[in-house]
Design a protein around this ligand. Sequence first.
Ligand code: ADP
Ligand code: MG
Length: 311
Amino acid sequence: MNEFEIIEKYFAPLSRDGLKDDTAVLKIPPGHDLIVTSDTLNEGTHFPVGEAPEFIAHKALRVNLSDLAAAGAAPLAYQLNIAFPQRPSPEWLEKFTGALAADQREFGIFCSGGDTTSINGPLSISITAMGLVPAGEGLRRSGARPDDAVVLTGPVGDAFIGLEIVRGKLNPAEREAFLRAYRKPEPQIKIAPSVRKFARAAADISDGLLADLGHICEASGLSAIVDLEKIPFSAGARRLLAEGAVTAGQLLSGGDDYQLVLAVAPENLPHLSFSHHVIGRFASGEPRVAVLDESGGDVSFSEHGWQHFHS
Ligand code: ADP
Ligand code: MG
């Protein structure tokens, strides 16, 4: 199978037009903005060597959908760029594109094109996803104001525990649920329209809660004060915390979680139609995230969020 046969047999069915052209034409309905985001997954860096093709596919698309959700966007289309270290097998391609097709149906998006190349290096998958918002309503990180609530859409840290399981460092009872959080995250696409309506700023927490909340603080020129006891953890994560198998710092900065952290005006809190946790508030002051324990003491963590090239 050469490049063109691979495209024809496996990628064209993911598209609407059969990928007959060099370019795609996307119609943007009047009164809308196009939201664009890219994320690349490299084998050995973003997923383990030998990871199952369906989980590579789910993760590659879903991390991009998560960024669309943080902008409050409705999914439209995505470009799929793949660099293969060797010719992929038909079984690999079938599982990979089968998982993409399933996610396309679940999240209402289609493949508008891409590129297929070979590489003298690891398998690399890069997706650029596009979504739509009513003009001017796309959420940014910079919109938070003093006294806005810091709102989190769900528990943090399960993906970090999943990664520890993959690394062979933990083997808890809820193994499968943690692995799933790491390998097949749930992007918050369904609540994106309400997030857009009620939040002033948003980010997903793919770099870890502390880092991504810090990004909102920097973009908005504010500090954030968070109560440790209000941060939601899954029952399994709470048990591992109590046993000392993981630390709060690891769960708050581990990354690969795909909940959203939001800035919500106090008057909007009663209207939030999705499940959520108010974990603190924004305040004027130096951009920094302070985490307080029950007695109001400042907890400091040695961990920082995920960074490439960190020194
Ligand atoms: P070009 O010669 O301009 O690079 P290609 O031959 O790479 O074009 O691609 C042919 C068509 O197949 C284009 O519509 C392109 O968008 C699509 N395509 C190529 N690779 C992929 C891929 N991995 N996923 C989806 N579509 C792809
Ligand atoms: Mg090409």
